[in-house]
Design a protein around this ligand. Structure first.
Ligand code: NAP
Ligand code: ZN
Length: 346
């Protein structure tokens, strides 16, 4: 067993405490990672505040993990000590179901093992990246390209893949008009990927505050959803809407912005159910969909694509002492655009 320092939430909405936990002894296929940076995803807040229910406490959040390989198990073949690596939202899956075999491990029929706030297949709770060390099976570890700093790489492991995957799946590219709703951690990555893939990108944010930065990230157009005229101006415009918002929206209003056959894909995950009228779909053969992170091979593809196209998050590096405050700032949308914990400060 290896002792590691962590930031742990003792109960829902409690302040984080510094403590230590044990990571398991290396099994033949395991890797011990010395974590350098850990991003703060809005999902960490939904989880640590137990908004989705079923929270396992004490909880060590964090699924945007970037670090260096410190030790490898006897059968590890893909990685060696010193390699720059990342771990995202899940750390195990059955490996046998049709979805695992297809590289969609996140939809594993046995149930993917999430990086934290979950039980592994032996029934032990998983603890995430607000931690100095983590032990992960090599099949769930990805390689961080040399040209990406570990600090900017960490948010790619969730915010990056969660936006890259649906944009690819729904064919965002040349000739496609894509709207990104919400310009936070996920949204500001989505703008950059949609632009790099060749789509015409429109940002829909609540106010005009982020316009200059949206254009810098590659947006072609920017509208404030607080302005009622926006929905009239943009009616029937988009092939694809990617909704990254952490709260419920008026779905009918957004569906009205789709062309015939257009799709609204939800990645934002508010806890409360939402409603829409089926007529919003029927009258335009439209679809409403959702998407969960992305598989391991696609996560590697996303990292390589990010390195090649210079797609990186705009981050604010914080110390372990600032995490509670950072949560408050994310909730107030006062983040430009991702907080990343410097794990050395633990
Ligand atoms: P974030 O940084 O807080 O960004 C969310 C953005 O939504 C905000 O910047 C804001 O954009 C907008 N927003 C916030 N509150 C709003 C409200 N009440 N009404 C309208 N717009 C609002 O969060 P994030 O880390 O990007 O995560 C976003 C959501 O995605 C969370 O629910 C998270 O759990 C979920 N998520 C899902 C997956 C998945 O696999 N599906 C993966 C990761 C995260 P503007 O200021 O521009 O309006
Ligand atoms: Zn996340």
């Amino acid at each position: 067993m290896c002792q590691t320092k962590v930031l742990s939430a003792p109960s829902a909405k409690a302040k984080f405490e510094r403590t230590t936990i044990e990571r398991r002894d290396l099994r033949p296929q395991d890797i011990l990672i010395d974590i350098k940076y850990s991003g703060i995803c809005h999902s960490d807040i939904h989880s640590a505040y137990d908004e989705w229910g079923g929270g396992i406490f004490p909880m060590v959040p964090g699924h945007e993990i970037a670090g260096i390989v410190e030790a490898v198990g006897s059968e590890v073949s893909k990685f060696k000590v010193g390699d720059r690596v990342g771990v995202g939202c899940f750390v195990d899956s059955c490996g046998e179901c049709e979805y695992c075999l297809n590289g969609d491990e996140q939809y594993c029929t046995k149930g993917v093992v999430q990086t934290y706030n979950n039980l592994d297949y032996d029934g032990n709770p998983t603890y995430g990246g607000y931690s100095q060390k983590i032990v992960v099976k090599e099949g769930f570890v990805v390689r961080i390209p040399d040209s990406l700093g570990l600090d900017v790489a960490s948010p790619l492991l969730c915010a990056g893949i969660t936006t890259y995957s649906p944009l690819k799946h729904w064919n965002a590219g040349p000739g496609k008009k894509v709207a990104i709703v919400g310009m936070g951690g996920l949204g500001h990555m989505a703008i950059q990927y949609a632009h790099a893939l060749g789509a015409e990108v429109t940002v829909l944010s609540r106010s005009m505050d982020k316009k200059d930065e949206a254009l810098r990230f590659g947006a072609d157009h920017y509208y404030a959803t607080g302005d009622a005229e926006t929905f009239k101006t943009l009616a029937g415009r988009f092939d694809l809407i990617l909704n990254t918002v952490s709260a419920n929206l008026n779905v009918d209003a957004y569906l009205s912005l789709l062309r015939i056959d257009g799709t609204m894909v939800n990645v934002g995950a508010p806890a409360e159910p939402n409603q829409f009228s089926v007529f919003s779909l029927i009258m335009g053969r439209r679809s409403i969909a959702g998407s969960l992170v992305g598989g391991i091979a696609e996560t590697q593809e996303m990292l390589d694509f990010s390195a090649e196209h210079g797609v990186v998050p705009q981050i604010e590096v914080i110390s372990a002492d600032q995490v509670d405050e950072a949560y408050g700032r994310v909730l107030r949308s006062d983040v430009r655009y991702r907080f990343v914990i410097d794990v050395a400060t633990l």
